[in-house]
Design a protein around this ligand. Structure first.
Ligand code: IVH
Length: 352
């Protein structure tokens, strides 16, 4: 086996392992950025060696297989993801693209004034709640965006999620939002774990995901989960909405939890009792949103401005070399364990 084939095998095994730790055990071992680096290295090698691409390669599947214990729910309106901007220049470039697109279509050639709705990007897991005649009838995870998992029984245990909407709810309204575990709830859960001599949970996001995807909703009920609503899915017979912020006010009036921070900055990140990983900027005018439309993956009218990943300093304990199956040597660092980006890191690859 040549070096590339061996490294490809090694990367696939590593990625499978970390997928399992993340999606099944809810206990990731490495930060997202390191996982992304493994995946990009694999992708690059497969581009160089297309003959080595296999159908079961992690690059060929949308997400890791889940635990598969829930019925499937087909989303009538797909649950899309968001494109990211990692710095102010990328954010500015996106606003310019939006303006150009809107301007190109306008008879005057001039873009209409754009109001931007900014809200927090909550770090939990996306769910869609379906209310018929004001009564909660179904809750589903995002899944692959087209088909999710039916987690109705589990979501019914979340105190923040009303079983019934306020008077005046339309025949059908789907509400999209994020299920998360608040930082206080997370700390209390871990204090209870410790008192019982059990292992602590690693981070609120994965604990929320694991808690929601319990086979037995009675277990979910023991976890203090919360919910923020931020978007509409299918609506039948509702009032005409003109703006995104107006929509949020309507959801609030219907009795759904809507976060009051509609504009936030990095400086306030640590004043909040829940974790966020960015700010979502959306074109506020819904008619303009419609005009902008979607790419295959995400709306053109919204972007996630991601906060920079957390950095921590720790002590280098040792440098070791691991020998791969093809005999290639990969140096890595043994570190004094440090909690960063939602997981405890005790080793790091030394690519360069
Ligand atoms: S809007 C079509 N707003 O971020 C609109 N998403 O990285 C799509 N998220 O899948 C979503 N906070 O789970 C929206 N204020 C917010 C959000 C938010 C968190 C999540 C959501 C989405 C993911 C994309």
């Amino acid at each position: 086996m040549n070096g590339a084939a061996a490294r490809i095998d090694e990367l696939r095994a590593l990625i499978d392992h970390h997928d399992h730790r993340y999606h099944v055990d809810d206990a990731p071992e490495i930060p997202d950025a390191d996982y992304d680096a493994l995946l990009s290295e694999l992708r690059a090698l497969e581009v160089e060696h297309p003959d080595l691409v296999t159908p079961d390669s992690p690059t060929q599947r949308a997400g890791a297989p889940g635990r598969n214990t829930f019925a499937e729910v087909e989303h009538r309106v797909p649950m899309r993801s968001l494109d990211n901007a990692f710095d102010v220049d990328e954010l500015r470039a996106w606003t310019e693209r939006v303006r150009r697109r809107l301007g190109a279509d306008a008879p005057s050639g001039e873009a209409p004034p754009t109001r931007w709705a900014c809200e927090l990007k909550f770090d939990g897991l996306a769910v869609s709640l379906r209310y018929e005649d004001g009564v909660l009838v179904q809750a589903a995870t995002r899944g692959n965006g087209r088909v999710g998992e039916d987690v109705t029984a589990n979501v019914r245990t979340i105190g923040d999620v009303p079983d019934r909407l306020a008077d005046g709810a339309p025949p059908v309204v789907e509400v999209r939002g994020e299920v998360y575990m608040g930082l206080t709830a997370f700390a209390e859960l871990n204090a209870a774990q410790e008192a019982a001599g059990e292992k602590a949970y690693v981070n609120p996001r994965n604990t929320a995901a694991g808690s929601l995807r319990q086979k037995d909703a009675a277990v979910t009920a023991t976890r203090d989960l919360s919910f923020w609503a931020y978007q509409l899915g299918e609506v039948v017979g509702g009032p005409e909405q003109g703006s995104h912020l107006g929509t949020l006010e309507w959801l609030d009036a219907l009795g759904l939890p809507v976060d009051a921070h509609r504009v936030a900055f990095e400086a306030t990140r640590h004043d909040l009792d829940y974790e966020i990983d960015g700010v979502v900027v959306k074109v506020d005018d819904l008619a303009l949103q419609e005009e902008l439309g979607f790419t295959a993956r995400a709306p053109r009218w919204a972007i996630a401005y991601k906060l920079p990943p957390e950095e921590r300093t720790t002590r280098l304990l040792d440098i070791e070399v691991s020998i791969g199956p093809g005999g290639q040597a990969t140096p890595f660092a043994r570190l004094e364990p440090v909690f960063v980006g939602g997981s405890t890191v005790a080793a790091a690859t030394l690519h360069n």
